[in-house]
Design a protein around this ligand. Sequence first.
Ligand code: ADP
Length: 279
Amino acid sequence: MRDKLVEFRDVSFRYGEDEPWVLKNCSFHIFINEWVAIIGHNGSGKSTIAKLMNGLLFPQEGEILINGLRVTEESIWDIRKDVGMVFQNPDNQFVGTTVQDDVAFGMENRGIPRTEMIKRIDANLNAVGMQDYRMTEPHRLSGGQKQRVAIASVLAISPQVLILDEATAMLDPKGRKEIMHTVSNLQKKDHLSLITITHDLQEVTLAERVIVMNNGEIWDEATPREIFSKKAELRKIGLDVPFVAILSDELKQLGIPMTDEALNQEELLEDLWTLHSRT
Ligand code: ADP
């Protein structure tokens, strides 16, 4: 039995008393060292979930636990040691004049001793491949490099869960792939839980589990394969499926007996090879 790191218990949230409920009775959990992707149409409540996890917002109903500790005004400083978050726009996340200052900033705020800080700056810039840019001014970096530094800054605090809220959305496909490769390696190695909020379907297929939001409610939660097999239902709630899954479906409709399982190019090719070698 895996231990729960994040737990939402019947959480409902609205941005004001006269505003509509943005989250309605949401219950779910995320295990230690698990990678969960949260998907849903724009406005379905994904970012609100992320902000509730580290006490940027508080629910009007229900409760949220991180590592068994309830998120409240009193506990947020403890909670934020465990919950690291990176957003879409890297430019809003820089405070330091150099890359290394920036990575140091979050640690300074938490009173981490200087010798330990130096160790962590080295280790985390190395981990995201930015060790050669320690003295660079953040505004000179490319979008992908900025997001790497933002991730290193968050990881330097040694959180137990890293939330990427559309953090790769502004990067080109190559930059996106590289960052997700780095982050998923760190997740496996460092026993980190990872929550990715993304529109990138290929990225979603890499997660262990997917939570699908629709109008503030949890529509479904299952493995990527299970979720993306519900193509017609997903389309009804405004979501797409990976290109490979569509292609596989179309081949099936043409009478080719595909397994309906392929989520990436390798799996699709494997499917086709298996069929070819049978004929
Ligand atoms: P998503 O991340 O899935 O796009 P959000 O959590 O950002 O969804 O938004 C959920 C709903 O809450 C949307 O209808 C959005 O307009 C509304 N909302 C988000 N932020 C605010 C805010 N600061 N004040 C009022 N309404 C907001």
